[in-house]
Every structure is written in structure tokens, then in C-alpha cells.
Design a binder for this molecule. Structure first.
Ligand code: PLP
Ligand code: ZN
Length: 482
């Protein structure tokens, strides 16, 4: 390992409003545009300086940093100049986020699906979802800002479908004073595993009856009238951190993205925004010459973005939807706050990479569950949203949108363990009807009890073990070694 020095380059970041076009300095805390309420993207107005370095040199710099022992550059900030090049080394919060592996799908799974693909396991992040990428960036910026402004208390607040609050609480707990974390959750709409995370990190957890979209509205009111740092995906610093996903995919494939298709679940649409923006930067700097095609995936129970893009250009019309229960619960959002970002970036993306460079596919709840279980039976660790991506690939293949020679990278956005309850409902046939999921026998699994508990009583270990071994032998039909 070599000790790569922290970069000396500093950029000049500005918030750019996608509603009215106004600009605000990046050295202050904005959530939404104070003029029009629109969402921001952060832009480095000094980006042109970075263009003076040839793409080849950038590739060498990032490849070099892959070997560094400098923890400030080991996670998402390997791509420091492209993300938030205003924070200093001492501000960077590194909890092991980013640099997640891309695992080629098992041979038999690829054969079963009839497509070439891999999973990028973003569930291998510290709080077990990709949200850590954005939080690492947002908290590094907040630390930097607290130093500049000498703030002695910052209350971080977020509404969440589960994973945002897990990540926010984790990073706040690590950073400690002056950060304090509050999370707002729709009661009963996050999994027990997801609820355990902010509780374990010591965050103040506030529950409200309703769905995520209700909690989001509450956050909007707080944002408008009170001094809090909001960590929802309108927070542009989170988007910046999440861009690292694009850079990692490019670097994993040695900066050659020809014939790659990425599948990304869309909820609040922050992730797909970040991924498109990340690739656009790589292309702008000549770091990559091909842009991969990007497929957003939505469940038919929460599909406003799919609905928007499903009609010809001139007929497109944005309308939020009322969500139905979805196993892709982290993406169960009817009014994604980042939609204006998607619209803006998809236009730029398609202008550069072609009409079909950004598309959205729709999947059923049944397909999501079946795909997740199938993937995990082949050695993957996909969550329901990861299952949604595989379902998206299957449908895209059926629709003829992905050719035989193309390769797909599916975003397994969280670890399968976070969504174990949906697996359990499938295995025990206890899905509420509203999900529309009917378990398939061949995908079910359950533990088999070999002996009655009463058989254990009154036996010493050796006689019990002999009896239990016999039961195992009988179940497996083993024959004796000769
Ligand atoms: C947040 C989340 C999503 C949805 O991402 P958006 O950025 O809201 O579109 C998908 N999967 C998981 C596991 C998530 O936590
Ligand atoms: Zn504005």
C-alpha cells in the first residue's frame, strides 16, 4: 500500500436550481430553492480546470488511489475531484462505504435468465444499503460547514422508507457532536431490521401514521421554517456522494463501458439521478468514451416515472401516483422528489448517448419476489429492489430492449437480510392480498423439524446424538461407507 497524498485541488461548488435556474453558493446549507421551491444540483463552476487533465491521466490517478492506505481516499472520495472538492481531508467521514464488488451472476442463473449480467452488491455498504454513499458525502460536507461557521449544534432530520434513516443515524452516531440525528418513519412501513438500525445507533426515532410521502411532506414544512439539516434526497450533497456508484462501475470494467446496461430501481429517483450525473462527468472529462445504457425499474404498484416515459415524447405528462403495497418497499414512492433531476439529466444523457440510453421498465410484484428468490438461490444477496432489477432485465429482454451481446449490471441496492420478512411471507404463504404475490412451490423453502422436542428430554448427549444422527441419515438417505 502506498500513502497517496490528499489532493490539493479545490473546486467552487454552486447549487443550481432546476426550477428557476438561480444559483447559490455551495458554502451554505440549502435544501430546496428559496426562490421557487425547486430542487438543486451541485455544480463545480471550476470544472473546466479538471478538463485540462487528459482522461488517461485521470484514469491513472484513480487506479493509483485504488492502492492507497490513505483512508480519506479509500471509499467514495477516491473520485474526490468529481464529487465534493471543497472538503478537507480532516472532514472526510469514512465508514467503509463504496468500492462494493460487482459479482458476475452464476453461470446457471445466467443460463436460466438467458442474459449476461452481474450484480453490484451495494448491500455490502456499512448500513447495508447504497444510502451510505450519499451520507458519507453529506456528513463530510456538514463537518466542513460546521468548521467554517463554527456551529455548535446541527440537528439532522430525514423521512425515510428505512434505509436513509439507517444510514443517517449511523453517520451521525459516528461523527457525534455537533451532529444529532432525528428520523421520521411511516409507522409499520419499514422492516423490523430497518427500524432496528437507527434505534441501535441511538437516533431519536419518530413514527407517524401514513406512508413515506406523508412523512416527506412533514419534512418539507420543517425545511421551510426551521433550522435543521435535512438529509432526504433533495439534499444535493447526497446525490454527489451517490455518483461514486457510476465511477466504480466504470473503474471495475477498466473504464470500458461499451455494451453495458445498468438497471437501477427508482423510488425517490435520487440514485438514478446520481448515476446519470456521474457518467456524464466521466464522459465530460474523457475518462470514458462510451456511456452505458441506463434502465430505471419500477413496480406497477409505484410507477410514476415509468408512466411518464411510457408514452411518446410529445404526450408526456408528469403526475404523481397513489402507491399500492410493494415488496420493493424502499422504492414505494408515488411522488419522487428527484423527478425534475431525472427529466433534466435524461435529456442530456440521451442527447449524448442516443434515444435509448435512458429507459424505464415496469415489473409486477410477483416478478420482483420470484426474481429475488431465484437470484439468492444462485448465491446472490439481492434485496427486493435487487429482485426488481432482475425482473426489469427479464422484461427488457422480452421487450427486445437489450440485445444478446449486451451485459447488464444490476443494482442490489441493499442487503437481502433487510428484507427477510418478505421472503418469510413468501415461504409461509402469508402475503396480504394487496401485494398480489402468489408463492411458487419451487421457490419456497422452510426448516424441517426432524425430532419432536420431547425426544431430547431425559437423554444424555451421546444417546441423543446417536438418535438424531439416525434421523438425519434417514432424511438424507445416506448409505454407510464400506
Ligand atoms: C432508497 C432506496 C431505493 C430507491 O432509491 P431512490 O434514490 O430513492 O430512487 C432503492 N433500494 C433501496 C434498498 C433503497 O434504500
Ligand atoms: Zn428556483
Amino acid at each position: 500500500m502506498q500513502d497517496t497524498a490528499f489532493p490539493s485541488y479545490r473546486g467552487r461548488l454552486e447549487y443550481v436550481c432546476l426550477g428557476c435556474g438561480c444559483r447559490k453558493s455551495g458554502d451554505s446549507l440549502y435544501y430546496t430553492c428559496p426562490e421557487c421551491g425547486g430542487v438543486f444540483l451541485l455544480e463545480n463552476v471550476d470544472f473546466a480546470t479538471l478538463k485540462k487533465t487528459p482522461g488517461e491521466t485521470w484514469r491513472a490517478i484513480f487506479d493509483d488511489r485504488a492502492k492507497t492506505g490513505n483512508v480519506a481516499l479509500r471509499g467514495i472520495f477516491r473520485y474526490y475531484e468529481l464529487l465534493a472538492p471543497i472538503v478537507d481531508a480532516e472532514d472526510i467521514v469514512f465508514l467503509g462505504e463504496g468500492q462494493t464488488p460487482i459479482i458476475e451472476a452464476s453461470r446457471s442463473l445466467q443460463d436460466a435468465i438467458g442474459a449476461h449480467f452481474a450484480y453490484k452488491n451495494d448491500g455490502q455498504n456499512p448500513s447495508a444499503s447504497f444510502k451510505d454513499r450519499g451520507m458519507a458525502c453529506a456528513f463530510s460536507f456538514l463537518k466542513w460547514l460546521c468548521r467554517q461557521k463554527q456551529w455548535d449544534e446541527v440537528l439532522t432530520v430525514c423521512a425515510s422508507t428505512g434505509d436513509t434513516s439507517a444510514a443517517a443515524a449511523l453517520y451521525a452516531a459516528y461523527v457525534g457532536a455537533p451532529m444529532k440525528s432525528v428520523v421520521l418513519l411511516p409507522k409499520g412501513k419499514v422492516t423490523p431490521q430497518q427500524l432496528s438500525q437507527p434505534l441501535g445507533s441511538g437516533a431519536l426515532v419518530l413514527e407517524l401514521p401514513g406512508v413515506f410521502d406523508d412523512c416527506m411532506k412533514v419534512v418539507e414544512i420543517l425545511a421551510e421554517h426551521y433550522r435543521v439539516a435535512l438529509l432526504n434526497s433533495k439534499n444535493s450533497w447526497r446525490i454527489l456522494g451517490q455518483e461514486s456508484y457510476a465511477m466504480e462501475v466504470a473503474q471495475w470494467y477498466n473504464w470500458d463501458l461499451a455494451d453495458q446496461c445498468l438497471f437501477v430501481p427508482i423510488g425517490n429517483a435520487g440514485n438514478v439521478t446520481a448515476i446519470m450525473n456521474g457518467f456524464l462527468k466521466l464522459s465530460d472529462l474523457g475518462i470514458v468514451t462510451h456511456l452505458p445504457r441506463i434502465f430505471g425499474v419500477q413496480s406497477e404498484h409505484a410507477d410514476p416515472v415509468w408512466r411518464y416515459y411510457a408514452v411518446p415524447k410529445e404526450k408526456r405528462h408528469w403526475a404523481p401516483v397513489t402507491v399500492q403495497p410493494s415488496v420493493a418497499q424502499a422504492a414505494m414512492i408515488g411522488n419522487p422528489v428527484s423527478f425534475p433531476r431525472v427529466k433534466y439529466l435524461a435529456e442530456r444523457y440521451c442527447a449524448l448517448a442516443g434515444e435509448n440510453a435512458f429507459q424505464v421498465v415496469q415489473v409486477t410484484e410477483q416478478q420482483i419476489m420470484d426474481s429475488m428468490l431465484l437470484a439468492n438461490r444462485h448465491g446472490h444477496i439481492a434485496c427486493t429492489q435487487g429482485g426488481e432489477c432482475l425482473a426489469g432485465l427479464i422484461n427488457a429482454r422480452t421487450l427486445g430492449l437489450v440485445a444478446d451481446h449486451e451485459h447488464a449490471v444490476l443494482d442490489a441496492t441493499a442487503h437481502s437480510l433487510k428484507f427477510a420478512d418478505f421472503q418469510q411471507m413468501y415461504f409461509t404463504d402469508t402475503f396480504p392480498e394487496a401485494y398480489g404475490v402468489v408463492p411458487k412451490e419451487e421457490l419456497k423453502n422452510k426448516p424441517e423439524l426432524l425430532l419432536d422436542p420431547a425426544e431430547r428430554e431425559g437423554r444424555d448427549i451421546s444417546s441423543y446424538a446417536a438418535m438424531a444422527a439416525e434421523a438425519v441419515v434417514a432424511r438424507l438417505g445416506l448409505s454407510k461407507r464400506s
